[in-house]
Design a binder for this molecule. Structure first.
Ligand code: A2P
Length: 344
């Protein structure tokens, strides 16, 4: 058969691994709403979900139990079923000829795996060897507004504190937040099942292991390493504290950023007003700034409270507050945007 020019290449056959999960559901919606040009869609989850149907473009699609053999005959597979599943099954999908876009942390720091936020480092996609990693949600939500600033005035140091939603721990954690809030209001006991601590009317340090050598937990270490890799700045100074808050699906981050040269809040606002994937919400008169409820369901990262960091008399530091939907730009949307670039 003669090779076809790219414009005539057939629409890809797409698979979603983890289709029944919180991110999986958003992947389905993103593919549908963005009219992703696919020729077929197959859905995979654990054997518990095999036989269930999920709607795509108003048609039911049967969920299949994930096996290595079942991954044959696909061109793009979007994985969102945790690191262990990606480690076990992504190589099989690649052997069968598919390109994998992996939402887990399994391969993100591998030297030959591009770690991509399309607004930041889209060119990295072309270097893929069958797998592209979707970054940690906090790293994405921070990198989208910081990159357009870094390009004109290099960032020297970032101090971040996060306010992370339940969705980052999956659909079961979102359910735990709903159920434990009801139980709390009704005065009932609610033993935590998914998260490490009581979640209703509470907040706690991110429930990943703390490295005794650094004092940083896994989530914080991921954010630091991944932001450096995405931004192509292996020495960038970043400090971060990751906190889980009782919010359903959008992460917020307080950022204090030191630049190489003096910069004004007005200059930051002007740069961000023109930046892709960013929406300014910075209404000082009405005390209206980014909120996770308003970020939920939105593609853009909301940015506001942009002000001079008064602790730095040099005029090189700015503080701001951002909020972005963890399930969308922090996960599913970013993965689908990567897949869109794969199909050109
Ligand atoms: P299932 O619903 O059958 O358990 P979340 O991040 O919201 O917790 O979702 C995790 C997703 O990963 C779900 O779709 C879940 O399927 C899927 N999953 C978990 N373990 C496996 C596995 N071993 N093989 C395939 N899919 C899995």
């Amino acid at each position: 058969m003669s090779a076809q020019p790219p414009s005539q290449s057939p629409a890809p056959r797409v698979g979603i691994v983890g289709a029944t999960g919180a991110v999986g559901g958003e992947l389905l919606l993103c593919l549908e709403q963005r009219r992703f040009p696919l020729s077929s869609l197959r859905l995979f989850a654990s054997p518990r979900s095999a036989g269930r149907s999920l709607l795509f473009r108003d048609e039911p699609v049967k969920v299949e139990a994930l096996t290595e053999a079942a991954l044959a005959g696909l061109d793009i597979v979007l994985f969102s079923a945790g690191s262990a599943t990606s480690r076990q099954f992504a190589p099989a999908a690649m052997r069968h000829g598919a390109v994998v876009v992996d939402n887990s942390s399994a391969f993100r720091m591998d030297a030959d795996v591009p770690l991509v936020v399309p607004e930041v480092n889209p060119a990295a996609i072309t270097a893929h060897r069958g797998l592209i990693a979707n970054p940690n949600c906090v790293a994405i939500v921070a990198a989208v507004p910081l990159w357009p600033l870094h390009r004109v005035n290099p960032i020297c140091r970032i101090i971040a504190a996060t306010y992370q939603a339940a969705s980052g721990a999956g659909a079961a954690a979102m359910e735990e937040l709903r159920e434990s809030t009801e139980a709390y209001l009704e005065g009932r006991d609610y033993p935590a099942r998914v998260l490490a601590h009581p979640y209703a009317f509470n907040l706690f340090s991110h429930d990943t292991a703390v490295d005794p050598l650094t004092g940083y937990n896994d989530e914080e270490t991921k954010v630091i390493r991944e932001m450096r890799k995405i931004m192509g700045e292996p020495e960038l100074r970043i400090g971060v504290t990751c906190i889980r808050v009782p919010v359903l699906r959008a992460h917020s981050i307080a950022l204090t950023v030191e630049f190489a040269d003096p910069i004004t809040p007005e200059a930051v606002r002007a740069l961000l007003a023109a930046a892709p994937g960013v929406r300014l919400v910075d209404d000082v008169a009405h005390n209206h700034f980014p909120m996770p409820r308003e970020a939920s369901g939105q593609d853009d990262i909301l940015v506001g409270r942009i002000r001079r960091d008064v602790s730095d008399p040099s005029g090189r530091s700015v503080a701001m507050f951002v909020a972005g939907d963890q399930l969308l730009k922090g996960a599913a949307l970013n993965a689908v945007q990567i897949a869109e670039r794969l199909v050109g």
